[in-house]
Design a protein. Structure first.
Ligand code: TRP
Length: 472
């Protein structure tokens, strides 16, 4: 039986597992595969990873439950859901700002996220053409020296027409699924692609583990050295946990709005957070053995996936095939996230203007094309264009970095702090308790986390995001 949202035929997930897969699809993305290994590598490995897991459990999980319950209660777009809960709690309807801010962030994130999605498309193509040139056996890029392989990345990033074209291509694929609707587009994509993603991830990880550097990786990722746990490392870990769980941008409020009444949100939140963390850790176990086996460094940051890793496929048997599969896997994960990101402003516009889904999705995508083109050009033609140069936090940053920084350092934490204050302190307790379905000790723990730990920890992130020099 369909768990359709109540109300006048609003589209919704057809089952609990469809919701879980779509939400996992939203959470699992470039954040897990590209950003997590890069951050872990740049922040010293084990200390970062252990603290990251702590953050997911203590901060991520309570905020995830808060967001999905606002959506499920409201059964609407994110701002309208928040407004409804506020109204029923006798609070100001202006609390919906927490969700409006998120809608705006989601729009900005999808704009630059599709640029990275476009880079991924390029690498799929690079490995396919390599397969045709050098054949199935042996590693990728045979006969080419390492400098030549590493040059693939700067030559892509430096080509304006190519980065913009690839960005538009990735956005068009995203639009296709969003335009088809929740149950017949987004859900179908998630239900097919997420299992495929998991199969690829496990297969590549097992394959990589034969490369020999597996135990080195396990040591690297899980040896906890307390002295490495500095302030900036902790903050990087909290921020990463947030980005990875898709929190603070109304994504989970929007997806929660399509969930039926009979789904236990605390249970699904645990499943979603566990799956997302599992993928991040496995991504680490997948990428680092390949990098270490090739004798490369772990701390390449964002270039780890696009510059270091391709180089590592050279020494791997069946290298070009593994390269294709690897980047297809990354592309699939990115697509299920970009679809969620585009859905957030689309559902808002539909509700706000009464537009039907297709024109609403196309309008938002058009905006994302413009902002996305500017982001895509920020690694080449617009490399010297710093839109917010007058603000110290964004000095010397191009459009891509400004969009990323504005959302992750300011909008996301502000929206999340407002969410926890709203759910913890303002909203009617009975309504909240009936949505979470928690009772006894778990409820007490959850309340403590939402009311105290989350807002305070998030305030710290926001402060350090804005005043990076205030900590050591
Ligand atoms: N969590 C996604 C990832 O790991 C990125 C993301 C951030 C996102 N916020 C979101 C996806 C909101 C969907 C909705 O790649």
């Amino acid at each position: 039986m369909a768990l359709e949202s109540q109300g006048s035929g609003r589209d919704g997930w057809s089952s609990r597992s469809a919701f879980i897969l779509a939400a996992i699809g939203s959470a699992v993305g470039l954040g897990n595969l590209w950003r997590f290994p890069a951050e872990a590598g740049a922040n010293g490995g084990g200390a970062f990873v252990v603290f990251y897991i702590l953050c997911v459990v203590l901060i991520g999980l309570p905020v995830l439950l808060s967001e999905t319950l606002i959506g499920r209660h409201g059964q609407s777009s994110a701002p309208e859901s928040a407004r409804r809960l506020a109204r029923e709690s006798g609070a100001s309807r202006h609390w919906s700002i927490l969700a409006s801010l998120g809608v705006f962030s989601a729009f900005m994130i999808v704009s630059f996220y599709c640029v990275v999605g476009g880079w991924v498309l390029h690498y799929i193509w690079v490995f396919i053409s390599d397969l045709f040139q050098t054949g199935l056996t042996g590693g990728a890029f045979q006969g080419r020296d390492p400098a030549e392989i590493e040059a693939i990345w700067p030559s892509l990033a430096g080509n304006g027409a190519l980065t913009v074209g690839l960005d538009f291509a990735f956005l068009a694929i995203t639009l296709f699924f969003v335009a088809r609707g929740v149950s017949s587009g987004i859900e179908i994509m998630a239900v097919w692609l997420m299992p495929a993603f998991f199969i690829l991830l496990i297969a590549i990880t097992i394959y990589g583990s034969f490369g020999g550097a597996f135990s080195e990786t396990v040591d690297y990722l899980f040896t906890f050295e307390p002295e490495k746990l500095t302030g900036p490392v902790m903050l990087a870990a909290v921020g990463q946990a947030f980005f990875s769980l898709s929190l603070g941008v109304s994504g989970m409020i929007t997806y929660g709005g399509y969930v039926g009444r009979n789904v236990n949100l605390a249970g699904t939140s645990v499943i979603i957070a566990s799956a997302d963390t599992f993928v991040a850790l496995v991504a680490g176990l997948c990428i680092f053995p390949i990098v270490f086996a090739a004798g490369l460094g772990a701390n390449a940051g964002p270039a780890l996936m696009f510059q270091t890793l391709p180089h590592a496929f050279q020494s791997m048997p069946l290298g070009s095939v593994i390269g294709i599969l690897f980047f297809v896997m990354v592309g699939v994960a990115a697509l299920t996230s970009s679809v969620a990101l585009l859905e957030v402003p689309t559902s808002w516009l539909m509700e706000k203007t009464g537009l039907r889904r297709v024109p609403a999705a196309c309008t938002i995508a058009f905006g994302a094309m413009i902002l996305g083109a500017l982001s895509a050009l920020s690694t080449n033609q617009l490399a010297d264009f710093y839109p917010l140069n007058f603000i110290p936090l964004f000095e010397g940053q191009g459009v891509f970095d400004v969009l990323d920084g504005l959302t992750s350092k300011i909008f996301m934490p502000v929206a999340a702090i407002l969410t926890t204050i709203f759910v913890g302190w303002v909203a009617d307790r009975r309504l909240i308790d009936s949505e979470t379905g928690l009772s006894g000790g778990l409820q007490v723990i959850w309340r403590f986390l939402v009311c105290w730990l989350c807002p305070l920890a998030l305030l710290a992130i926001l402060a350090v995001g804005i005043f990076p020099d205030s900590i050591g």
